[in-house]
Design a protein around this ligand. Structure first.
Ligand SMILES: *Cc1c(COP(=O)(O)O)cnc(C)c1O
Length: 464
């Protein structure tokens, strides 16, 4: 016996209070489409399940609302990073300093002099805003900015190494998260990779023997940012390569990856070569990312000898890789903070999070645990743990931290992790065996109440 299909008409649904609420948020056409889709699904279900109770108008509007939210509410938005990874590439790497807010706002919402020279009243260069700062901070003769560090390396190869060999150590043929691989970027830049040495050991003599005056266009050193090999190893430094580069009369390029401008010992981390040091040691060009340890926006910073930078500027590819005015504003604002080193640990979120004392992290963890105390459905505990720098930078550095380890009794660890991810302000956590870890190294104090409220709401279904 075939049951009669019972679904309301679209115009009836459109007149419900629930639909009225949707119409305030979304255009009529989208709401109508979503309701149509919800009704179509309902009709299909009724046809398949003979016993099915017809859905209420409220349920149909809720289904339409879920569809609309999923497809048309803001997709790229704030999340809470409770992973403990400070430069999380999937979560946007460096958080910008609030000190750049005004400059960034003006770049976005006002007209700017991005390519206008206020002195002469003529067309200016978009790089003028950064060149002076970058040369002052790094000691370089000149500077250029492109879209990201991958673009910087590509531009370098395409400008100086097309159809020529570039000598790179086998120990430095890195892959950086996703799709940046030295051998492939070489190919893309039209250069021929000339590998020397072995995975663990490369000597100066390897570069020397590989040099061919007809073929060699550059020595390229690549920072092995995201891995570390230990034991029987040897690599050749910029300082050691410099005399050979002079003798061979080829440029010496260095893809530094993170590009550090400060001495990290101040932050309790072993010293890493800075951009200034690499240039002083003799690199002709150094490239690095804007959004790794620099703490700025996504960008590729190129610093070094003026003759090389001038040649890069003339390459048409530079136009295709050029940065937006918002990037310029955010990068300039970030670099200005470096003029006073004191400012950095206070104002740059990366360095602030890096240098937060463990006692302060323990305090934050206790605060969150206390806020969760009343929840019978949950076992929570303050624990010591290890946080990371991330962004493919300094994998050896283990940052001591405090976490709140949470075990939902009946709800299930996986279910809670998913529910946290699906919140309006998603909370991204670490999952470790049968616990969720909320790492205080990357959580701001102001976010703790929201985290507690969100967990409460998920577990009890009630808002505070
Ligand atoms: C991160 C990194 C890159 C890629 O930089 P992006 O700014 O992400 O494009 C290239 N080389 C090295 C050594 C890196 O560490």
């Amino acid at each position: 016996m075939k049951q009669k299909i019972q679904v309301p008409a679209i115009h009836t649904l459109l007149h419900t209070p629930e639909a009225a609420r949707l119409l305030q948020e979304f255009p009529r056409e989208l709401v109508t489409d979503a309701l149509r889709f919800a009704v179509k699904k309902e009709r299909e279900q009724q046809m398949q399940q003979i016993e099915k109770e017809p859905a209420t108008t409220t349920a149909l509007c809720a289904a339409a609302s879920a569809l609309l939210q999923k497809d048309y509410s803001a997709s790229c938005r704030k999340v809470i990073n409770a992973t403990g990874t400070i430069l999380h590439t999937n979560l946007g790497r460096a958080k910008l300093s609030l000190a750049v807010q005004e400059q960034l706002y003006d770049a976005a919402f006002e007209f700017t002099n991005v390519e206008y020279d206020l002195e002469s009243g003529r067309r200016g260069s978009r790089y003028q805003h950064l060149e002076k700062l970058l040369t002052k901070l790094t000691g370089a003769e000149s500077a250029l900015i492109v879209n990201n560090n991958a673009a910087a390396v590509l531009l370098l190869l395409a400008t100086f190494c097309r159809q020529k060999e570039v000598i790179v150590s086998r120990g430095e043929l890195v892959e950086i998260g996703g799709s940046f691989r030295i051998p492939e970027i070489m190919q893309l830049g039209g250069a021929v990779l000339r590998e020397v040495g072995t995975t663990n050991k490369t000597h100066l003599a390897d570069y020397e023997q590989a040099f061919d005056p007809e073929k060699t266009s550059a020595f390229l050193k690549v920072h092995t940012s995201n891995f570390h090999i230990e034991g029987f190893t040897e690599s050749v430094s910029i300082q050691q390569l410099r005399p050979l580069a002079d003798e061979c009369q080829v440029p010496l390029f260095y893809d530094m990856g993170s590009g550090i401008l400060v001495n990290l010992e101040k932050y309790g981390i072993q010293h890493e070569e800075t951009v200034q040091e690499a240039l002083a040691a003799g690199a002709d060009i150094v490239t690095f990312s804007g959004d790794k340890l620099l703490g700025g926006p996504q960008a590729g910073v190129i610093v070094g000898k003026k003759t090389f930078i001038d040649a890069l500027k003339k390459n048409q590819l530079t136009r295709a890789l050029r940065v937006d005015k918002m990037t310029i504003a955010a990068l300039e604002g970030t670099l200005r903070l470096y003029l006073d080193e004191q400012e950095i640990s206070e104002k740059l979120p990366f360095y602030r999070m890096l240098s937060t004392p463990v006692e302060a992290l323990q305090e934050k963890a206790s605060y969150l645990k206390d806020e969760l105390a009343g929840l019978a459905e949950l076992h929570s505990e303050v624990k010591e743990s290890i946080a990371q720098i991330g962004g493919g930078s300094m994998p050896d550095v283990k940052l001591p931290t405090f976490v709140v380890a949470v075990r939902p009794q009946a709800f299930g660890v996986q279910n809670l992790e998913v529910a946290l991810r699906k919140l309006e302000i998603p909370i991204i956590v670490r999952v470790q065996q049968d616990e969720l870890l909320f790492d205080m190294r990357t959580v701001e104090k102001e976010e703790i109440l929201l985290i507690a409220q969100s967990i409460r709401q998920i577990l009890t279904g009630k808002e505070d």
